[in-house]
Ligand binder design. Sequence first.
Ligand code: GDP
Ligand code: MG
Length: 177
Amino acid sequence: MRERLLKVLVIGDLGVGKTSIIKRYVHQVFSQHYRATIGVDFALKVLNWDHKTVVRLQLWDIAGQERYGNMTRVYYREAVGALVVFDMTRLSTFQAILKWKGDLDSKVALSNGRPVPAVLLANKCDQRRHGLCPKLPKLENFSKEYGFVDWYETSAKPPPPALRDKALSHSQTGPGV
Ligand code: GDP
Ligand code: MG
């Protein structure tokens, strides 16, 4: 069995949902109130990648230092991927995306010198009706233009039961997969 430890950063402005995304993905929980912890926090997600590889995904949360808009090189060191998150309902967090991407690219690179692959996340898509969709540039073009490898709309908030049941009845894999 091969084991690979991958360090992935989760960056973006305060309140965009970084901690929520990590907690939901790793522990399947969601809360309205995460205490802003101070310093750096990380969570481990173990993935059985294939029959001979286990991936230990180490998700680094920045917990409280977002307000400065940049991080130390030590925080970025040896990262192999990044999620750059903004809140779909707050334009200022979208405007901060390029600052975060710039901070990342100026402080870390892969061992082959290439930029660390970064994925753009438009979080809180459950709040779309309060969102700034008409004001957002097309994320497909935006993410290509600024060197993101991909983009997704995300929500850390579980859907209400009615929607969830509908989603499950359409799913091939069922709950927990
Ligand atoms: P962080 O500062 O980036 O770590 O943001 P948090 O994870 O602490 O989230 C800030 C607030 O947004 C909290 O009240 C969360 O419950 C809420 N939140 C996070 N993600 C979502 C989401 O996808 N949808 C909704 N509706 N609220 C969210
Ligand atoms: Mg947080």
